[in-house]
Every structure is written in C-alpha cells, then in structure tokens.
Write a protein that binds this ligand. Structure first.
Ligand SMILES: NC(=O)c1ccc[n+]([C@@H]2O[C@H](COP(=O)([O-])OP(=O)(O)OC[C@H]3O[C@@H](n4cnc5c(N)ncnc54)[C@H](O)[C@@H]3O)[C@@H](O)[C@H]2O)c1
Length: 270
C-alpha cells in the first residue's frame, strides 16, 4: 500500500458520494484508496473522475493547486479491504443507505482497523447510535454527512455517537477543513440531523404556502431550461445530471421509509 505525506483516505463504496469524496480529497493532496464490492464499479469511477477533473480544469473550476494528472496519481483501486485499511487516517463509508448493510460493513472494518483511524459514515439520516453501537472502536466513529454536489457545496455535518471521543470530532473537523470542506459540528445526534431538518422545514412551509393559495409552485429546473437558454457558466449546470439527483434510495421499501420520515419531520414543524 502506497503512502502519502498527508495520509491515506479509504473510501468504501465508490458510487456518487464515494466519487465526490475522492475528488475533493485528491484536490487537497490526500491519497485516496477506493474499495467497492463491485470491482468494475471502482474502475468506472476512476474513469469518470478523470473525465470530470478534465472538464473542471477546462472550465477553470478545478479545486486545489495540483494538476489533473497529479490528482489522478493520488487515486488507487483496492480489492482487499484489509489492505485498504492499512495506513488509512480516515475511512469514509459510502455504501447504500441501508442500516443492516452499513452495520455489516462497520463490523468488518472494526476487526481490521487500528486505534487511531477515524471511521466515518456518509449516511444521510441514520443515527450514529444505530450505526456504531457495540463496535470495539465506537469512540473512533462519527457521521460526516456531505451534501450533493459535494464539489460545489462544501457543507459537511459532523454527528458524533454518544461515545465518540471528543478528540475524534476535533480531528475530523480539522481534516474536513483541510480538504476544503466546511464542517459543522453537532453536539449530539438528532433525527434528520440539522441540514435535513432545516430543508424539510423550508419545504414544508413552501407546500403550506402553495396549498393556502398564497403563491404558486415555481418552475422546476428542467422546465426552466426548456424555456430559457441556460446561463453560460453555472457550476451546478456544468455537472452531469446524476449530480443533480436527490439522495438515491435503494429499494421501494427504503423509499417508503424515507418518505414517512420526511412527513414526520414536516409535521413536527410548528
Ligand atoms: N447521493 C447523494 O446525494 C447523497 C448525499 C449525501 C449522503 N449520501 C449518502 O451516501 C451514501 C452513499 O450514497 P450513494 O448515492 O453514493 O450510493 P450509490 O448507490 O451511488 O453507491 C453505493 C456504492 O456502494 C457499493 N457497495 C455496496 N455494498 C458495498 C459493500 N458491502 N462494501 C463496499 N461497497 C459496497 C455499491 O457497489 C455502490 O458502488 C448513502 O448512505 C447516502 O445516503 C448520499
């Protein structure tokens, strides 16, 4: 396993979010190791990263001081989880939003990791107490919830487990700042974290205003694009359409659960 002065970041799951973390981390000079149970997925992801970094460079939006080829040299694929964990300062889990699956992945990592590495989850809404309880290394566990598209929206919510060592929260905070993100610390976990709660409150109020006949629903981005020509330079519109997708859900069951949670949060808004 190769080493980097800044340290290795192991990304477990190389879908949309894994790819975004990788792009952000290499732009700041961190070495990234990508692991996925579907190895072809890692190969495809590395190709997409190269293509996107080239596009970003072409449009003057490439982050950091390193050139595309220098950033690409920092990315490697890994098919053995134990090997990927070796030398990592941060393990960023990015597997689908499924509690059982994530817990299985954390159990596996718990047996492989040392007492220093930070084990961080990208979950959008699963509580740290559900994800990490019972792990030997629970004090090293934290949720780092990114926003999509991560490359352009640097906000990251840091949500500790009740047993997370405060030093781990601080180290994660510093690491996130160093990779160019804007971390926000939560002092304790709460359903929906902070960002989802604020977004749902805004969505809920918007629905209420439309329902009360005070205003009309605005045009969607795609309807607007069909009517007007898109602005010449817009960060978000430069991204491929998959970046504009809302949080992806893996199954109908999961979708229903997520919708119920949104409804519950909206109803809880006074
Ligand atoms: N997509 C978003 O907008 C967004 C934003 C913030 C947070 N999140 C969260 O990030 C996480 C990942 O979401 P995503 O959209 O990237 O999902 P995705 O479906 O695009 O990617 C998940 C990847 O994990 C891989 N995988 C599945 N099981 C695995 C295992 N056991 N070990 C290693 N890899 C495995 C899959 O092959 C796939 O490549 C989810 O928890 C999601 O809630 C998503």
């Amino acid at each position: 396993m190769s080493w980097c002065e800044k340290g290795n970041i192991l990304i477990v799951g190389s879908g949309i979010v894994g790819r975004s973390w990788a792009m952000v981390a290499v732009s700041a000079g961190y070495r990234v190791v990508l692991y996925d149970t579907v190895h072809q997925q890692v190969t495809n992801t590395i190709q997409i990263i190269r293509q996107q970094l080239n596009e970003l460079e072409g449009s003057g939006n490439l982050r950091g001081t390193l050139k595309v080829e220098e950033q690409m040299l920092l990315i490697s694929a890994c098919s053995d989880l134990a090997q990927g964990v070796e030398g990592a300062i941060l393990i960023q889990e990015c597997v689908p939003e499924n509690l059982e699956l994530k817990r299985k992945v954390f159990q596996e990592l718990d047996d492989l990791m040392n007492d220093d590495v930070i084990l961080s989850s990208s979950t959008s809404c699963l509580l740290p107490s559900k994800l990490f309880s019972g792990l030997k290394h629970v004090k090293q566990c934290i949720v780092s919830h990114p926003v999509n598209p991560t490359y352009y929206i640097p906000l990251v919510e840091l949500v500790p487990h009740p047993e997370t060592n405060p030093a781990v929260l601080e180290r994660t905070y510093k690491l996130m700042k160093d990779i160019g993100q804007t971390p926000v610390k939560l002092m304790k976990e709460i359903d929906g974290f902070v960002l989802n709660r604020i977004q749902y409150a805004i969505i809920g109020e918007s629905w209420r205003l439309v329902k009360a006949g005070i205003t009309q629903a605005p045009l969607t981005v795609r309807e607007r694009e069909a009517k007007e020509s898109p602005p010449k330079s817009s960060n978000v519109q430069d991204l491929p359409p998959e970046h504009l997708q809302p949080h992806r859900v893996q199954s109908q069951d999961h979708k229903i659960k997520e919708q119920k949670q949104v409804t519950r949060l909206i109803e809880s808004v006074p």
